[in-house]
Design a protein around this ligand. Structure first.
Ligand code: IOT
Ligand code: MG
Length: 506
């Protein structure tokens, strides 16, 4: 059963031959730290676990195998059914260890979860991401040592040969590689040889279904995805009042079985969607709160967003900035937070396009390019001490949504038709038919970031490039150099980029 936070939310871990590796843990994620050191013959294991309450369920050992899991599994019951009766796994790491016994590295194909795994089996290190890589995992390796972490900044000082199969290089961090989504990377700790196994790929085929079957499929999958993520504590759903987050809130109310759930909406002094979110909260009788943030406070968190998400992608940072602020202000105590993030990717919701060919092209493109953007990273909410989880990117929900024929996504003149219709009985009619407004638009983030640069003298034609330069500078400072984002003077960074821009224009 899921509780407020998973047993571990992050880690830095090293396996080495003959000499123990000194680790320099640096995390944006909040949490307690537990250090584990073990010597097994010539092999040394050195782990720093990041966790809320008790980290016990995150580390399992038997014989010469150890499994470390940050995050959580959502199909435990199905997984248990594969193991002998009476198998008493006490945590997700135990379950993975038992499955490794039966299935070897292919065990990872069975998992539906939000996790990063570091395992050692004899002389092999196994590193694994979930199907969508929603918990980023980074690695450096060279013969004799493998070091892995859920935040790239923790690997900044370690040395690696780079160019590992199944990974991509990281900007400004030589030798540091990021595991791709849905991958198990096997590394021979002594010799450094690698092997890659794929555990999931976005479906390429498309299903043709009668309308009612498609809406039932989507509602049932989403219902299971929400239930698996709803812990014993009161869930908190962050809602914009759009169809995605409102659907999650409605199903969380259903899963809460009579308990009142919490909802939260964020806006700035200039832009908010409070009436739309309030309508949903009222309809669902949630305990609802609104947070107003000034545009200046919003922009001031740009360094924190780069620090948490470890990306320099302009679009993604603009989506994530308002969410960073929301998570930082959400609650004093640690919360399990559900969002509607990600629905627009398999449903083509960012793409207001009725032509099926163009819609399918957009969905195919987005499903082929999400990997490495880190938009689902739990670190974003962990900077506020929380654990976020996104039911639309549950493996079964994602499989179902992606594989539907485009005409079920745009139908009868509506975008995301299949979702809107599936949820029609749960939500107020204006919510069901409300057109998409992205979080970067609804909060005015894109406009505010642009204004910051224009005011510093960046010509409109160079805005995008200038934004990217700002993010690269921030990344070098708060990720590669390990500075705390509070120490970064954003105005100074912007002025330097603007100075360079105006020179390059003249
Ligand atoms: P959007 O769908 O607007 O927001 C994502 C989630 O953030 C919402 O479902 C909701 O849970 C939360 N949220 C948004 N606005 C607020 C608010 N004002 N108050 C409280 N919570 C809020 C961008 C986007 O438009 O987000 N994300 C897209 C896809 C990004 C494209 N990525 C890609 N091609 N790889 C998405 O699918 O969510
Ligand atoms: Mg959305």
């Amino acid at each position: 059963m899921t509780t407020t936070l998973p047993a571990a939310t992050g880690f830095l871990a090293a396996a080495s031959q003959d000499t123990e590796i000194a680790l320099r843990p640096t995390f944006a994620a909040q949490g307690s730290r537990t250090v584990v050191r073990e010597n097994r013959g010539r092999q040394h294991l050195h782990i720093v676990l990041l966790h809320g309450a008790a980290p016990d369920g995150s580390l399992a050992r038997r014989g010469d195998t150890a499994v470390l899991l940050a995050g959580e599994l959502y199909n435990q019951a199905d997984l248990h059914s594969l193991l002998p009766d009476g198998f008493g796994a006490s945590g997700d790491a135990d379950l993975v260890l038992a499955l490794l016994d039966s299935y070897g590295v292919h065990a990872f194909r069975l998992l539906n979860g939000r996790f990063a795994v570091f395992a050692v089996a004899g002389n092999r290190a196994l590193l694994a991401t979930d199907h969508a890589g929603t918990v980023p995992l980074y690695v450096t390796a060279r013969p004799g040592q493998v070091t892995a972490a859920t935040e790239a900044k923790s690997l900044a000082g370690t040395s690696g040969t780079g160019g590992l199969a199944g990974t991509r290089p990281m900007y400004a961090l030589p030798g540091v590689c990021q595991l791709k989504a849905g991958v198990v990377l096997e590394i021979d700790i002594v010799g450094g040889m690698t092997d890659v196994h794929h555990t999931w790929k976005p479906p390429l085929g498309r299903r043709i279904l009668p309308e009612a079957d498609a809406t039932d499929l989507v509602r049932d999958a989403l219902r299971r995805g929400v239930r698996a993520r709803t812990g014993t504590d009161t869930p908190l759903v962050v809602i914009s009042g759009g169809i995605d987050s409102s659907s999650i809130a409605a199903l969380a109310v259903e899963a809460a079985d009579g308990r009142t759930i919490d909802t939260l909406a964020m806006g700035t002094e200039r832009h908010n969607e409070f009436p739309e979110a309030g309508l949903v909260a009222n309809h669902l009788s949630t305990r609802h709160r609104e947070i107003v943030v000034s545009t200046a406070d919003l922009l001031a968190r740009l360094p924190h967003t780069v620090w948490a998400a470890e990306t320099t992608n302009v679009d993604i940072v603009e989506y994530l900035l308002p969410l960073t602020v929301l998570y930082l202000r959400a609650d004093e105590t640690s919360r399990r937070i559900l969002t509607g993030y990600g629905a627009d990717i398999p449903l083509g919701g960012m793409h207001r396009e009725g032509r099926l060919h163009a819609l399918e092209t957009a969905v195919s493109h987005d499903m082929a390019t999400f990997d490495g953007l880190n938009e689902m990273t739990p670190v974003l909410s962990a900077v506020g001490g929380h654990w976020s989880t996104h039911p639309f990117w549950d493996r079964e929900v994602l499989d179902a949504l992606t594989s539907l024929e485009a005409g079920l996504k745009h139908r009868h003149g509506r975008d995301k038709w299949v979702l809107r219709t599936a949820m029609a009985d749960f939500l107020p009619h204006p919510t069901v038919i409300r057109p998409k407004l992205g979080v970067h638009e609804g909060s005015g983030t894109t406009a505010a970031f642009s204004a910051l640069l224009v005011d510093a003298g960046v010509p409109a034609s160079h805005l995008r490039h200038a934004k990217h330069l700002v993010l690269q500078t921030l990344f070098r400072r708060v990720v590669a150099n390990g500075e705390h984002p509070d120490a970064v003077d954003l105005a100074d960074v912007v002025d330097k980029v603007a100075g360079r821009q105006s020179q390059s224009v003249s």
